[in-house]
Design a protein around this ligand. Structure first.
Ligand SMILES: [Zn+2]
Length: 412
């Protein structure tokens, strides 16, 4: 598979300092920035928007040949991806839900990501990250995970014909659905430590040499720039589906690492830069981060008015994907929440489970992380942060099948 870097990529910049990060011809994989204190901050891709605009004169964005997220190729960092690699990634419709709209007194739009090939929105980020890593000469991928990201990384490693992705999971995940799914897609799973942070530390020790040489790429959230670019396609699809003048007033996003929240906003900024969105005329959506009250570092930092997210001690949550006690892109998440006039809200695990059951009763195929969006909407309505009649998009990140496949504590 011969992949190439998109000539529309203008430069790489540090998300924290704004300084340019040397791309070195993309001859080796891109990791965290060299300008901030170790281990560095996330690196972000910037595009030559004049060049993109010229390209779009012949075919509008999203209207190109091909299916899946690469229909937005002019704004993706890597090109020449074959159809079987990602035609089934993304393309999830925005659906107006009449019953929820009537019940809640707002226009409820659902974007359900459970139809992606590994069952979650993680496929968008990992599809681009793996292709970008491969284009930069990576020979193997690795990451610590406690959920869907590991499964997606294994799936795209397999689709690239690369050696099995090395996945580090906390000890307690042995035998769980994520473990089995990673192995199904050819991954090699190692169990270390009590949580994802400990698993990540062990991985970086075990693989120090390969990571330093670029032979292995750390696919952790925001440790390389491709995952953000892939998640950005959710924003491109929302704008493309609804049209520039009909964006939601509010987007509610379940926030662990926050890649999608930052990515959706990056899409809106790029579309504004291209003149496709007119932010001054129509306004952009208010972005809302929702977390479990048992692990809410972004909510705490937002409420305290901080510029970055300080790690917390998680008390554990039923929503695995939100059991993320720190956020390496915390500064970027908070910037988006404030720039958009949005909010951060914590919901209890009981509220998450109640919302999950409500989704099930309505026939909505969404998991526990997704259920936080519905719980958050109810909380925001109660305090007046969302007003009746507004258009609210709930970003539902993954399938109901994952929580249903997990062992349940017996009730009795
Ligand atoms: Zn930096």
């Amino acid at each position: 598979m011969q992949l190439r870097i998109n000539p529309n990529v203008a430069r790489l910049v540090c998300s924290n300092s704004g300084k340019e990060v040397p791309a070195r011809g993309f001859a080796s994989p891109v990791g965290l920035c060299p300008c901030c204190p170790s281990p560095g901050k996330p690196v972000v891709v910037e595009y030559a928007l004049d060049q993109v605009r010229a390209e779009l004169a012949s075919a509008p964005l999203g209207g190109r040949d091909g299916r899946g997220i690469w229909r937005f190729a002019p704004l993706l960092p890597v090109l020449d991806v074959p159809e079987e690699y990602a035609a089934d990634v993304g393309g999830t419709p925005v659906v107006r839900h009449r019953r929820l709209s009537a019940d809640l007194g707002v226009e409820v739009l659902l974007k359900n990501e459970g139809t992606n090939p590994s069952g979650s929105f993680k496929d968008r980020g990992l599809a681009v990250a793996a292709a970008l890593g491969r284009a930069c000469g990576a020979r193997r991928f690795c990451l610590p995970t406690q959920g869907n990201a590991g499964v997606a990384a294994c799936l795209f490693s397999a689709r690239l014909g690369m050696p099995g992705c090395l996945v580090y999971m906390p000890e307690s995940y042995r035998g769980c659905v994520y473990h089995r799914a990673c192995e199904f897609f050819g991954g090699e799973v190692r169990f270390v430590g009590a949580n994802i942070a400990a698993a990540g530390r062990a991985m970086r020790e075990d693989l120090a040499g390969e990571l330093a040489s670029g032979a292995a790429v750390d696919m952790s959230t925001f440790f390389e720039p491709g995952r953000l670019e892939g998640k950005k396609t959710m924003g491109l699809e929302i704008a493309s589906d609804l049209g520039a003048g009909a964006l939601p007033d509010v987007i509610i996003y379940p926030t662990g690492g926050g890649t999608g929240l930052v990515g959706i906003w990056k899409a809106f900024e790029e579309l504004s830069g291209l003149g496709i969105l007119d932010a001054a005329r129509t306004g952009l959506p208010r972005m809302v981060a929702v977390q479990s009250a048992n692990c809410a570092p972004v909510v705490e930092a937002f409420e305290k008015g901080l510029a970055d997210v300080a790690p917390v001690t998680s008390r554990g949550t039923v929503a695995d994907g939100l059991d993320v006690p720190g956020a390496i892109m915390g500064h970027g998440i908070l910037r988006v929440l404030r720039a958009s006039g949005g909010a951060a809200v914590a919901v209890s695990d009981a509220a998450i489970e109640a919302a999950f059951a409500r989704y099930g009763a309505l026939g909505v195929n969404a998991g526990l992380e997704s259920a936080t969006t519905l719980a958050a909407l109810e909380a925001l309505l109660a305090v007046g942060d969302v007003r009746s009649g507004e258009r609210v998009l709930l970003l539902n990140t993954g399938t109901h099948l994952i929580p249903l496949a997990k062992p349940q504590p017996s009730k009795g």
